[in-house]
Design a protein around this ligand. Structure first.
Ligand SMILES: NC(=O)c1ccc[n+]([C@@H]2O[C@H](COP(=O)([O-])OP(=O)(O)OC[C@H]3O[C@@H](n4cnc5c(N)ncnc54)[C@H](OP(=O)(O)O)[C@@H]3O)[C@@H](O)[C@H]2O)c1
Length: 270
């Protein structure tokens, strides 16, 4: 099968996570990586680490490559769209991972309606464990849907196709979600220090507790509340911890925090 030229515009953290995913998967032969970034060091790194072919401009990316992965920050979108619009053809597939940039916004910046996939990944993609929601514009071909889903599968363990009106909810849940988990970890590690556990031991036990609990939740037929009750015996240690969290309204704070993130995503998208 002939390989498909795939260009990254922006070669920062998320782009490198995706390049790493592609290069570590059997799809590395299908998608030949090209890269453009305003920062020459970012290009050099991708060339060295992923054997990417360097490009000299956004315009060159679009004139030479069939699939374009837009991995710049949202504030850089206007300049990137301005520099690709001329050479864009109806065959090009744009894959955007930018938070808050809608397909309609991409169309209005370009003044044309190419095939677009909007993806909301998260940082565990850096270790091939990402979770993502994604939406297609209504003109994406079956072949390009297969391309997008194949590429997504190389850096996300879970990816869910959704209507675009759900993407801000995904941003609030799994996009920002790693920060909520790290916040919880920070608090647990602080307590572990106060309880005289050394940092390495506390890190190993905390991390495995999150991994193991998530795996148990995935493999179990029981819901999260039942799994929690299963480890909370009457008068026991867990019960005293959970009672304190309930008194401090931790559950309500987390619920409101996720909703606040969704509302902020809505505002940023306007
Ligand atoms: N990090 C996350 O958790 C996360 C999660 C989901 C989605 N995303 C999305 O992923 C995208 C990339 O995020 P990131 O964290 O990977 O950003 P990043 O590390 O800052 O990478 C962006 C790269 O694009 C370069 N760039 C800026 N303007 C450019 C232009 N006109 N043409 C080509 N390259 C240009 C930047 O160079 P300079 O540094 O020199 O400006 C930088 O090297 C963002 O849109 C973000 O919303 C991120």
């Amino acid at each position: 099968m002939q390989s498909k030229k795939t260009a990254f515009i922006g070669a920062g953290n998320m782009a490198r996570a995706i390049m790493n995913g592609i290069c570590s998967s059997p799809l590395k032969k299908t998608y030949k990586i090209h890269v453009y970034d305003v920062n020459p060091d970012a290009v050099k790194l991708s060339v060295k680490k992923f054997k990417a072919s360097p490009l000299s401009s956004c315009a060159q990316a679009v004139s030479e490559c069939e699939i374009i992965i837009l991995a710049v920050k949202p504030q850089n979108f206007p300049e990137v769209m301005a520099s690709i619009k001329e050479n864009l053809t109806p065959k090009t597939l744009l894959i955007s991972i930018a938070a808050g940039i809608s397909i309609a916004k991409i169309y209005s910046l370009l003044g044309k309606n190419p095939q677009v996939v909007r993806v909301m990944p998260n940082t565990p993609a850096l270790v091939g464990e990402g979770a993502a929601g994604y939406s297609f514009s209504d003109n994406v071909s079956a072949a390009h849907k297969k391309d997008a889903e194949g590429i997504l599968s190389t850096f996300c363990k879970v990816s869910v196709l959704l209507g675009e009106n759900k993407i801000n909810a995904v941003t609030a849940l799994s996009g920002s979600g790693p920060a909520y988990i790290f916040y919880f970890m920070e608090a647990m590690l602080k307590a572990a220090g106060e309880l005289n556990l050394d940092a390495a031991t506390a890190k190993a036990l905390t991390a495995q507790t999150f991994i193991g609990s998530a795996k148990l939740f995935l493999d179990s037929e029981e819901d999260a509340a039942t799994l929690r009750k299963n480890v909370t015996s009457k008068g026991g240690t867990t019960e005293s911890a959970i009672n304190l969290m309930e008194q401090k309204n931790v559950r309500e704070a987390v619920r409101l925090a996720v909703i606040a993130a969704k509302e902020r995503a809505d505002e940023l998208g306007k």
